[in-house]
Design a protein around this ligand. Structure first.
Ligand SMILES: Cc1cc2nc3c(=O)[nH]c(=O)nc-3n(C[C@H](O)[C@H](O)[C@H](O)COP(=O)(O)O)c2cc1C
Length: 291
């Protein structure tokens, strides 16, 4: 990592180091943290790190891109916490660019964030920022949870969080009229199965790289929102390692979209102790400062 010691820029770089450290708290497939950040001038760029691809379970990098999208959302919140207004362009090279086909040198970023404006964060952004700082959104749900149909009534808020990032969040008995559902779909699950409603499904309209990046940002927004609302949540990527399972889930939901992630939701069980966060890669491995 190269740090140029120039007044003004130095303190900006220090802020960015804090942002990238917090972005690294994002969940990633098998904790691979498959991202790399480049900072130049007042611009932060996110790249995929193809060397972190898990070819056996994620051959086309779908979950790698979801992980990078999650890191992008964490970076957006970390920037807002510091009063920066991130101006984000996702996949500036086009919606179909997956980020995996070239060496890091000279390749297209997954996202470019320009940081020119300033505005103090609002109360909700500060709550999400606290969840980022806690560094445990997404793993609290791996501990013991109490299955509840709609934990503390937050489902609508989490659905809004997903929709704001161009994704949808559905329960397994969702028969609503959301865009992703086929019209006149019959009830997917007439009978209640105890505990099943603590599983929600995150999806997107299609499955291009841009949709996968949206799924990652939506996943992060849902996990951080859940944490801010005292609900435990955990992504279950294993459930979709096999494409056939995603197809079955899509059929259960009568969805016209693409299933991207299953998420477990619930109230933390009384007396349950959440697992410690996994260690993150050192900053020197995930950030290059170039000026
Ligand atoms: C695409 C994706 C798939 C994931 N799949 C699983 C999973 O199947 N099971 C699980 O417990 N966590 C899953 N996670 C969460 C990661 O395992 C977790 O973020 C990572 O191991 C770091 O752990 P920590 O956030 O608790 O520190 C997934 C996260 C992402 C972004």
């Amino acid at each position: 990592m190269k740090i140029m010691r120039v007044d003004g820029l130095t303190s900006f770089h220090e802020e960015i180091e804090g942002v990238v450290t917090e972005a690294s708290h994002a969940p990633s497939i098998h904790d691979t943290q498959p991202w790399h950040w480049l900072v130049a001038d007042r611009r932060l760029e996110l790249f995929a790190d193809p060397s972190r691809l898990l070819g056996a379970v994620d051959p086309d990098g779908r979950q790698l891109l979801i992980s990078c999208g999650a890191a992008l959302y964490y970076a957006r919140i970390a920037l807002r916490l510091r009063g920066f207004v991130p101006d984000v362009v996702v996949l500036p090279g086009g919606p179909g660019y997956g980020g995996l086909d070239r060496d890091l040198a000279g390749k297209e970023p997954l996202a470019t964030i320009r940081i020119n404006e300033a505005r103090p964060p609002d109360a909700w952004e500060r709550s999400l920022g606290t969840a980022v700082h806690l560094g445990h959104a997404g793993h609290a749900g791996r501990g013991p949870i109490q299955p509840t149909p709609d934990p503390t009534g937050v489902l609508a808020a989490l659905q809004d969080a997903a929709a704001t990032e161009d994704a949808w969040l559905a329960t397994l008995d969702d028969t609503g009229t959301d865009d992703h559902l086929a019209t006149n779909a019959p009830s997917a699950r007439p009978g209640q199965v105890d505990g099943q409603d603590s599983i929600v499904v995150l999806g997107t309209a299609a499955d291009r790289p841009i949709d996968r990046m949206a799924a990652g940002q939506a996943l992060a927004r849902v996990l951080l929102s859940a944490t801010a609302l005292s609900v435990a949540a955990c992504p279950i990527g294993h459930a979709e390692d096999i494409d056939a399972i995603r197809v079955v889930l899509r059929e259960i939901l009568h969805s016209t979209g693409t299933v991207q992630m299953v998420i477990r939701l619930g109230l933390p069980a009384a007396g349950g102790v959440p697992a410690e966060p996994a260690p993150r890669r050192p900053l020197s491995e995930v950030l290059t400062i170039s000026d």
